[in-house]
Design a protein around this ligand. Structure first.
Ligand code: C2E
Ligand code: MG
Ligand code: MG
Ligand code: MG
Length: 280
């Protein structure tokens, strides 16, 4: 009986592999068309600044409106885009569109854009960012580029050169999903980060485990000592806000404030706030 059950498990396992491989292959084919036909859209999620008591930035998050499947999550297609190299044209489109939208917002609102590690292998990256900013008219310090710790698995010499090149253009650099990778504290001193984004997993634990607070506080203290800002990702509960405020976290992001929203709604949100301030 045990043997039969084992065989059943094995069959299920190989069947899963088949569907996964099939799923991936179909995403790959469709992704080429998506780039050609412009099936992507950017959503924007606001970041709440605790000191200013208002939204101070939006993170651009890509959405794929698949003609048959509907909305496909970036979690499902970004890895495929990275493996196929399609992340390069997709990333360029994301940056252009994010800058174009941000240029219509009030000047004290920034835009954050996720960059894949694969994009850093492109020799013209710094120049592409420079050109895109120039074309959109967006001030460089209104753009924050989000990278992840996986970047440090790459050749650190050239990664460092590109990061410094981006700093020279005048953009900000944020370290995304901090604490989930193979974080080495030495990177925090070697690279010119403006911000650390504390991963959602730590924020969830904040209300569940006593020690989670100690980790989050240690990260915010360290960031402050290195003159870096901190954003807490995935804030969903009011109790988390009070804890994060006490720790000295600079900005908060999460469903408690807003889910990612279409560009038109983001523009309404910030322009509406600006209008309210003018009236006051
Ligand atoms: P990320 O950069 O860490 O973005 C934050 C993700 O957390 C977003 O998922 C956002 O919708 C989600 N999130 C925000 N607040 C909450 C919350 O309170 N609760 C929960 N459960 N989730 C929350 P999304 O939009 O599905 O994106 C997933 C990931 O895909 C991103 O993680 C990023 O790594 C990648 N991604 C998205 N857009 C792009 C892009 O334009 N370029 C690249 N290279 N990667 C992207
Ligand atoms: Mg991000
Ligand atoms: Mg993140
Ligand atoms: Mg995250």
């Amino acid at each position: 009986a045990a043997k039969a059950a084992g065989r059943g498990r094995y069959r299920r396992f190989t069947a899963d592999l088949d569907t996964n491989a099939h799923k991936r292959r179909s995403i790959e084919v469709d992704l080429h068309n998506a780039v050609k036909n412009g099936e992507f859209e950017l959503y924007f999620q606001p970041l709440f600044n605790l000191a200013k008591n208002r939204f101070s930035a939006f993170e651009a998050l890509i959405r794929w409106n698949h003609p048959k499947k509907g909305l496909v999550s970036p979690v499902d297609f970004i890895p495929v885009a990275e493996d196929t190299g399609l992340i390069v044209p997709i990333g360029e489109w994301v940056l252009k569109e994010a800058c174009r939208q941000a240029a219509t917002w009030p000047e004290d609102i920034r835009v954050a854009v996720n960059f894949s590690t694969v994009q850093f292998a492109q020799s013209g990256l710094v120049n592409m960012v420079f050109q895109t900013l120039a074309t959109s008219g967006l001030a460089p310090d209104r753009l924050e580029i989000e990278i992840t710790e996986s970047l440090f698995l790459e050749n650190t010499g050239s990664v460092r050169e590109v990061l410094h090149g981006l700093k020279n253009v005048g953009v900000r650099i944020a370290l995304d999903d901090f604490g989930t990778g193979f974080s080495s504290l030495s990177y925090l001193r070697k690279f010119p980060f403006d911000k650390i984004k504390i991963d959602r997993s730590f924020i969830i634990e904040l209300l569940q485990e006593d020690e989670a607070g100690a980790v989050v506080k240690a990260i915010t203290d360290l960031a402050a000592a290195l003159h870096m800002e901190t954003t807490a990702e995935g804030v969903e509960e009011p109790e988390q806000v009070e804890a994060l405020r006490a720790f000295g976290c600079t900005t908060l992001q999460g469903y408690l404030f807003s889910k990612p929203i279409p560009a038109s709604e983001a523009a309404k949100l910030v322009n509406g706030e600006a209008a309210a301030e003018l009236r006051a």
